[in-house]
Design a protein around this ligand. Structure first.
Ligand code: SF4
Length: 366
């Protein structure tokens, strides 16, 4: 996939993750991670189903202990998107996760332990055709065990991250295991972008992009958009996860908005609304939030609205003019508004009916 604003995508090897592929010519996919207790089957499955409705394509769950690992098969059977087991510290959990049928394992080389333990994980994954993501985080580098407060420049941090990722890749490839995805994440844009750019120049392994611990919804989305966007605009990146201290469904939406704004994926409509001003006598914010909630929590509605431009404007002074380029929309008056289709003023409707009218129009479109 491509658009004028980013370089030719970097050529990467294709890695199969359940029914999805990462890398090769696959579109950049969207991932999220559950914040439920993996031992709680109902809560985890409910959340994953919500994520599926929001458009999540690959979902990861934390596997902190054997009880969580033993629940993975049941979770997997209850969902329809690929399931990734996130393992730290204990290689035995990774082996059990593979036995339970997960579609990918994520390990952190900084804390999985000795090479022979990694070897056991690789053996299990190879036998089951399950790929491994080597997830390198700046805050848990192996080198930090010897030097807890290194005086590294951001470039030196990035080089160390790449070195540890490539060391781990070599361990896997020596075992003739090539179904590898790598992530290099820091909690700032500079190191994240540098590390991924350096790695991309050295390997054809697909990259999972993200800025780790990015923060609250607004701050985290801005940081992630810049970090992930800078890399994608250079053609680097095969799958993304936006880390936010937020409902994971919002992480999915944020990820798609980044991809949509770069022309890499479609996701729901282009919803245009005015910022409102002293002329406005309707509640544009409430209408937009209700519309977003309805569209993005309903897979059918989201898919039907793809490619549509819908405008919600606060007044009739500028509204109709600004809504002209939309497929349809509404421009406010006092408690009512003018319904506009392809620039033509069609009818007047009450403010309380705006959301339902937009939803009806989406359902009847195409
Ligand atoms: S459309 Fe009307 S209410 Fe909205 S910002 Fe413009 S002038 Fe103000």
């Amino acid at each position: 996939m491509g658009c004028a604003c980013h370089d030719k995508p970097r050529k990467t090897r294709k890695v199969k993750v359940g029914r999805f592929s990462i890398g090769g010519s696959s579109p950049v996919s969207v991932q999220s991670m559950c914040n439920t207790d993996t031992r709680d089957l109902k809560a985890t499955v409910d959340q994953i189903r919500r994520l599926e409705d929001a458009g999540c394509e690959i979902v990861r769950v934390a596997v902190p202990d054997m009880e969580a690992a033993l629940n993975l098969g049941r979770i997997k059977r209850a969902i329809s998107i690929p399931l990734v087991a996130d393992i730290h510290f204990d290689w035995r959990l990774a082996v059990e996760a593979v036995r339970q049928g997960v579609d990918k394992v994520r390990i952190n080389p900084g804390n999985i332990g000795e090479k022979d333990k990694v070897r056991e994980v690789v053996k299990a994954c190879k036998a089951a055709g399950v790929p491994i993501r080597i997830g390198v985080n700046a805050g848990s580098l192996k080198a930090l065990k010897e030097n807890q407060k290194p005086r590294w420049t951001p470039y030196e941090w990035a080089r160390q991250m790449v070195k540890e990722a490539l060391d781990q890749v070599r361990v896997l490839e020596r075992l003739e295991f090539r179904d590898i995805v790598v992530s290099l994440k820091a909690d700032d844009i500079e190191r994240t972008v540098m590390a991924n750019t350096l790695f991309a120049a050295k390997s054809d392994i697909p990259l999972h992009l993200g800025v780790t611990e990015a923060g609250s919804f607004l701050a985290g989305t801005v940081k992630s958009s810049l970090g992930i966007g800078l890399l994608l605009s250079q053609g680097i990146g095969d799958t993304v996860r936006v880390s936010l201290t937020e409902d994971p469904a919002m992480q999915v939406r944020a990820a798609y908005e980044i991809l949509k704004s770069l022309g890499l994926r479609q996701y729901g409509p282009d919803l245009v609304s005015c910022p409102t001003c002293g002329r406005c006598q309707v509640n544009v914010g409430k209408v937009i939030h209700e519309l977003e909630d309805r569209i993005y929590s309903d897979r059918q509605l989201r898919l039907k609205s793809e490619g549509l431009k819908i405008a919600v404007m606060g007044c009739v002074v500028n509204g109709p003019g600004e809504a002209r380029s939309a497929d349809f929309g509404v421009a406010g008056g006092k408690g009512r508004g003018i319904w506009i289709e392809k620039g033509k003023q069609i009818k007047v409707i009450k403010e309380s009916e705006w959301v339902n009218e937009v939803i009806r129009k989406i359902r009847n479109s195409k």
